[in-house]
Each structure stands twice: as structure tokens, then as C-alpha cells.
Design a protein around this ligand. Structure first.
Ligand code: ADP
Ligand code: 5GP
Length: 193
């Protein structure tokens, strides 16, 4: 279990790609709840509209491997071949030192691992789309992925859906405004507990 003198709380959002977790996390960040986004490191290419140090710390595969060897990650995963993603220990310390709570947008296995690390100090939320077909449609609408990338994400999504019960809360993202309201309610309740 993680222990740090400056420890705040941790909110973990996980979901299969396309379920809407990034959209919901961005909404929560705008709600003045004292949350700060944990910027992960990753080795994929930057998408249009993304910025280094804001959405991710964009690293080469070699740079990422070096940080693994230096034990700089709290958790990391090769989410897709040669696409490494990980949470830097320094990121959590930076956020907690400021007196903020940390919010994560990580894949399903990463979310389960982070919950194990932070224990009762963390709330883990699984964002669920109404169906697998909705996931695919949302990824197509987002227009950030190639057809191959969408196929890879869909194959993984089937497996990830099976992990939903391991999370503290399952948030159905059917209507976005309704999902925003439910997300705010569960996060506020946890932060005030
Ligand atoms: P994730 O971070 O889980 O991969 P995103 O937040 O990027 O998912 O959402 C995927 C796409 O679906 C985005 O284009 C987003 O605007 C859209 N989206 C999110 N929630 C909904 C919803 N409830 N209904 C329809 N579209 C949605
Ligand atoms: P994307 O390429 O769509 O930004 O992210 C792909 C997947 O990697 C998403 O499910 C995203 O949540 C996940 N991810 C992002 N950062 C991390 C991280 O630090 N650790 C883990 N395990 N997964 C992450």
C-alpha cells in the first residue's frame, strides 16, 4: 500500500477505449473539487489538439524503457504493441504536495492496479458504454484512430468489460449530462467521506 506524508485522495477512472472516460474526467476537473489530473507518460504519437505535459508526457519507446529500468513508474503497461503508458511516481507527489487530490484516466488493468496501491484512499470508477456497438460508433465519431487501431481497441474492450465488477462504482455513460451528474455525485461523496 502507498504511504506518503503529503497523501491526498485518488480518483481512478477506467473504461474500454471510447466509453467516454476522458470526457467525464475533463468535466470533473472543471467542477472545482480540488482535483488535479495525473498526466501519464506514453509512447504513442501525439494526436491533433494534444499537448506535451498536458495530455501526456510523450516519450519515445527507448525513453519509456529507460524510466521503467530506473523504477520511475508507480504502474505501467504496454497497452497496445509498442504503446507504453504509465503513471510516474513524481506526478502523484507533485499533485499531493500542492494539497490537491489526484484523478487518473487509465486503462482497466491500470485502474485495478492503482486501486490495489492506494486502497481505501482511492475511489475506482468503471465507465460503461450502453453496448460494444456504442464504443465503436464513438471511436469512429472521435476520428482519432485508424481502422486498425479501432479494431485493436474493440478486441480489447470485450475482455475489459469483464472487469467492471472489480471497481468501486460502475458509471453507465448513456446520456452524457446524466453521467456527468452521477460522476459529480459519487466523487463529491467520496471526497467528503
Ligand atoms: P475514452 O477516453 O473512454 O476513450 P472519450 O471521452 O474520448 O472516451 O469519448 C469518445 C467519444 O465519444 C468522444 O468523441 C466523445 O465526445 C464521445 N462521447 C462521450 N460520451 C458520450 C455520450 N454519452 N454519448 C455520445 N457520445 C459520447
Ligand atoms: P489513448 O491512446 O486513447 O490516450 O489511451 C489508451 C489507453 O491507455 C486508455 O485506456 C487510457 O486510459 C490508458 N492509459 C493512459 N494513461 C495510462 C497510464 O498511466 N497507465 C495505464 N495503465 N493506462 C493508461
Amino acid at each position: 500500500m502507498y504511504s506518503d506524508k503529503a497523501q491526498g485522495k485518488a480518483i481512478i477512472f477506467s473504461a474500454p477505449s471510447g466509453a467516454g472516460k476522458t470526457t467525464i474526467v475533463h468535466h470533473l476537473l472543471s467542477c472545482n473539487l480540488g482535483l488535479e489530473f495525473s498526466v501519464s507518460a506514453c509512447s504513442r504519437a501525439m494526436r491533433k489538439g494534444e499537448a506535451n505535459g498536458v495530455d501526456y508526457y510523450f516519450l519515445s519507446v527507448e525513453e519509456f524503457r529507460k524510466k521503467i529500468a530506473n523504477k520511475e513508474f508507480l504502474e505501467w503497461e504496454e497497452v497496445y504493441t509498442d504503446h507504453f503508458y504509465g503513471t510516474l511516481q513524481s506526478e502523484i507527489e507533485r499533485i499531493w504536495k500542492k494539497g490537491h487530490h489526484v484523478i487518473f484516466d487509465v486503462d482497466v488493468v491500470g485502474g485495478i492496479n492503482l486501486k490495489k496501491i492506494f486502497g481505501p484512499n482511492a475511489l475506482s470508477v468503471f465507465v460503461k458504454a450502453p453496448s460494444i456497438a456504442h464504443l465503436e460508433a464513438r471511436l469512429k465519431t472521435r476520428s482519432t484512430e485508424t481502422p486498425e487501431s479501432i479494431a485493436r481497441r474493440m478486441a480489447k474492450a470485450e475482455i475489459e468489460m469483464g472487469y467492471a465488477e472489480k471497481f468501486d462504482h460502475i458509471l453507465l455513460n448513456d446520456d452524457l449530462q446524466r453521467a456527468f451528474a452521477e460522476a459529480e455525485q459519487v466523487v463529491k461523496q467520496f471526497l467528503n467521506s
